[in-house]
Ligand binder design. Structure first.
Ligand SMILES: CC(C)(COP(=O)(O)OP(=O)(O)OC[C@H]1O[C@@H](n2cnc3c(N)ncnc32)[C@H](O[C@H]2O[C@H](COP(=O)(O)OP(=O)(O)OP(=O)(O)O)[C@@H](O)[C@H]2O)[C@@H]1O)[C@@H](O)C(=O)NCCC(=O)NCCS
Ligand SMILES: Nc1ncnc2[nH]cnc12
Length: 292
């Protein structure tokens, strides 16, 4: 599926199928992330990683519950909605997720990241602009960047966020305010390079995940493992990549060992998982989808 935006100012009805496809790509991208195994500390169809309160079924219920939110966010972007409307839609989606999972936070970060990307795609569609990674990044920064930057200063952080920011780390909101540099400068190039090397969709997603884990200030890791845990997880990911990443001999076995190491410590890179999903969404929206 390649979604370019032909013609300036596409009328609303004509854009309906494209907006629906943008939203559907988000649900599919969440599944791309869930279906990958092993992922250090994360839930998949094979096991629940570092989690006791959720499994793949919880994630499936969550992504099913979110399936209308993403096309809605794309439509809001198409309509040029302001930040308040996007936020209200995101908060409603969070409520749906919690209702579907019995109060478990499966996709809070993914609602936010993928929701913003869908909105940016909808906005570009309305302007007749191409859906490219660089273009989406530019739209995010110019249209909603100022509101995000204000929130970064004004909104009190939740959960481990306070401690995390006390260490000068960058959470989901700060990442978005900066134009999602880890997504566009790290995750997306890693996925593209792996695909260009012919590694296949599974290895490419694993490489992308490790590339993100190597650099992201993942608040979930900091929450579960403290700053020391976050830094050790980053260092282990960097070493894995330096040794050849998914291109090294025995890569899958080594990834499985990393998974066991994370599970033993209850570490879970949930923020990195979300950015893997976001990179898969870019692949589906901007690059014709996963390789066949
Ligand atoms: C903007 C908000 C989403 C910010 O919320 P918060 O202040 O909580 O910010 P962060 O802690 O920075 O991150 C929120 C979630 O984003 C993921 N994440 C973590 N680090 C990063 C990062 N550096 N960059 C990008 N994304 C990041 C992560 O989400 C994933 O993990 C969650 C599961 O974690 P888990 O450990 O299992 O569960 P917990 O219950 O949290 O902990 P335990 O007790 O079990 O240990 C899961 O959600 C994944 O998606 C972070 O959790 C929010 O405040 C907000 O504004 N929401 C309103 C919606 C909105 O405005 N939308 C705008 C338009 S769409
Ligand atoms: N597969 C997964 N396991 C645990 N937390 C996550 N957050 C997003 N995806 C996740």
């Amino acid at each position: 599926m390649r979604l370019s935006a032909p013609g300036l100012h596409a009328p609303h009805a004509a854009a309906g199928p494209a907006l629906a496809a943008i939203g559907r790509a988000a649900t599919l991208a969440l599944h791309d992330e869930l279906a990958l195994h092993p992922k250090p500390g994360l839930v998949s169809y094979v096991d629940t990683g570092s989690h006791q309160d959720m499994d793949a079924g919880t994630f499936l219920r969550s992504l099913f519950a979110l399936r209308h939110a993403y096309p809605r966010l794309a439509t809001l972007g198409f309509e040029g909605a302001g930040w308040a409307a996007l936020q209200a839609c995101g908060i409603q989606a969070e409520r749906r997720m919690l209702a579907a999972t019995g109060g478990i936070n499966t996709h809070r970060g993914a609602i936010f990241n993928l929701g913003l990307l869908c909105a940016a795609a909808g906005w570009r569609l309305a302007q007749g602009l191409a859906l490219t990674p660089a273009g989406l990044r530019h739209t995010l920064q110019t249209i909603w960047g100022p509101a995000l930057a204000d929130r970064a200063r004004l909104t009190p952080p939740s959960h481990g966020g306070a401690a995390v920011r006390a260490h000068g780390l960058r959470g989901a909101n700060e990442e978005a305010a900066a134009g999602m540099p880890v997504l566009f400068d790290v995750a997306w190039p890693a996925l593209q390079q792996a695909l260009a090397a012919g590694w296949g969709w599974d290895a490419a997603r694993a490489q992308c995940l490790l590339a993100v884990m190597a650099v992201l200030d993942d608040t979930n890791l900091a929450h579960r493992g403290g700053l020391a845990g976050l830094r050790e997880a980053q260092a282990m990911s960097q070493t894995f990549l330096a040794d050849g990443g998914m291109g090294q001999g025995g890569a899958w076995e080594r990834l499985a060992a990393l998974h066991r190491h994370f599970v033993a410590r209850r570490w879970s890179p949930g923020g990195a998982a979300d950015l893997l999903a976001a990179a898969c969404w870019l692949q589906r929206v901007c690059a014709g989808g996963p390789p066949r």
